[in-house]
Design a protein around this ligand. Sequence first.
Ligand code: BTN
Length: 326
Amino acid sequence: MSTTQRIINELTSVYPEGLTLDQFIQRTALKKDVVELALSELINQKYPISINGDKFGLTFPLLSPAAIAPLSKTQFIGKRIRLFPSLESTNNYAKENLASLENGEVILAHEQTSGKGRLGRSWSSPIGKSISMSIVLKPAIQPENISLLTQLSAAALVDALKEMNDVKIKWPNDLIMNRKKMAGILIETEFSGGTLKGIIIGIGINTNLESSDIPDGLQSIATSIKEQTKKVVNPNTLLARFFISFEHYYKPFVSTHLTEPFLSVCRDHSILIGNNYWVINDTEKRKAYINDISPSGGLVVTYHDTNQTAVITSTHLSIRGDAEYI
Ligand code: BTN
């Protein structure tokens, strides 16, 4: 573990208190100049560290596998975690290192420099203020069932955030608070000669972003949990809950194709069902009434122009309100 991550772990374990230089030295057995250098590096890199008198403290808790482990009693999801200060994209890292990653292993990064969203969009992950995570799965499932993992992940996120009563899912992969997006899911697969080698579930959660951290032009459609609840989010508690819930849905899904437990959460929290939206793909834009989520995880819609009902399974499209994101 790097010195800076050790310092982050110490600061996370005493949060919301801080530590003096002497306390750091006692707790880590590191030399004073090493602690000072690590702290100044973290401050220069814009980690959320504040100085109060002679104490250094976190403005909000940072990702720390040491803090997640005692809270997350799973068998394999998140049992092993690789945390990086900065990656281009946790999904890219997982793809490039798939062979050495175990089923259920999780990649985390304090920041991504080139985070990827759906439909070729970029995903902003400023340092320490959001969760950038990729879960590696190596199951024996049929390729047509892979998209159900988006619904499974969305349901597990809703469970992890259940203390916040206003969390909704915008099919297929957006998590919403107060009609704005605060988390997204991007699933990627790796095949070799027709054989599925691994599935990468990329999830970005806007935890402690301020509105000024949200890129220009996205402020009307994107938000963070902290912005909505006015409370600091502990990413480690959130992830521990998420891993437990994800595994709870995932094990029976893989063994017996049990989907209803997570699909019912998606239906109950759907922001789309019962309303009319535009269904937009590369070539057309059609208004539709959104009926349901099908047993295969598709969106059941009735188009206004033909009055025909169809199940949308392609995720290469957007669902939009009249003027807005939702
Ligand atoms: C979307 O809503 O468009 C999906 C966003 C997914 C972002 C996450 S952050 C962790 C992982 N790594 C990436 O590059 N993207 C996903």
